[in-house]
Design a binder for this molecule. Structure first.
Ligand code: IPE
Length: 261
């Protein structure tokens, strides 16, 4: 079974500068790209994971600035807001013919004492066997110690890719890939390939290393350490560019960074 995991970044599906704003035109296009791919290659298995965008991030920030902690009120409300975002995505995807089933992250994932994720992967695998495209997302989850934590879609994507031995892990972001410095800097160079092990050495030895990526991108990469397998293709690319998600699903995007162990 060939498995692809596609993480749709929050800044691809939402306008992160405005609370609760969805990029509807982009979603329609992405739905068509995924649908076209699945019609051409129906034997391929796909899991979609999306970020919090201007829904989850905004709501979590509101609760943290208001109360300083994530309590039960935050838990139920952020879960509700994220499910609302996911349902909106599912509307576009199902209308385009993609057999989506939303697997609410908070009911399938928990954190244990060692801060390891407990994930019901058997359930996900059964959905895949039955031809469903499971969709999960960054969410608030509970821990066995009774605390409430944010689990990002990136963490989930790496974890599932590792545990389910995915063949391909695709990160659709709002930039062309990993840059040598912040993408907005004039001397920033797009890296065609990046090895996670060499990145760590560079970062450890020099604060001002060439791998001075943005916080979000840096975290995305760090999370891959120990989760990437040599047989796993990992691409970070621009999901806002028309056709890139389709090309990444088929083979590889026009532009982007290939991540290696
Ligand atoms: C965040 O998920 C989830 C919540 C804030 C509840 P991500 O960290 O994957 O979201 P994006 O992709 O950065 O928006």
């Amino acid at each position: 079974m060939e498995l692809i995991i596609l993480k749709l970044g929050g800044s691809v599906i939402c306008d992160k500068s405005k609370p609760f704003s969805i990029r509807r035109r982009v979603l329609r296009r992405i739905a068509n790209e995924i649908s076209k791919f699945l019609k051409e290659e129906p034997e391929k298995k796909l899991i979609i994971i999306h970020g919090g965008g201007s829904f989850g991030h905004y709501a979590v920030q509101e609760y943290l600035s208001l109360k300083g902690i994530l309590d039960l009120e935050a838990l139920v409300n952020v879960e509700r807001i994220m499910l609302e975002l996911s349902t909106t995505l599912a509307d576009y995807f199902i209308d385009a013919g993609i057999p989506i089933s939303i697997l609410t992250t908070h009911s399938l994932v928990m954190i244990d004492d060692e801060r390891e994720l407990i994930i019901n992967t058997r359930y996900i695998e059964q959905f895949l066997r039955m031809g469903v495209v499971p969709m999960m997302y960054g969410d608030l989850i509970i821990s066995s110690k009774g605390s409430i934590k944010v689990v990002s879609g990136d963490t989930l994507a790496w974890e599932l890719a590792y545990r389910l031995k995915a063949n391909k892990l695709l990160f659709a972001t709002s930039v062309d890939g990993v840059y040598s410095s912040k993408p907005e800097f004039p001397n920033a160079i797009l890296l065609n390939e990046l090895s996670l092990s060499s990145m760590i050495n560079k970062v450890t030895y020099s604060e001002t290393s060439v791998y001075d990526v943005t916080g979000g991108m840096f975290r995305k990469l760090i999370e891959g350490i120990g989760k990437i397998r040599p047989s796993m293709k990992v691409y970070i690319f621009n999901g806002l560019r028309a056709g890139e998600i389709y090309r990444a699903l088929k083979d590889r995007p026009l532009k982007g960074t290939v991540i290696k162990p």
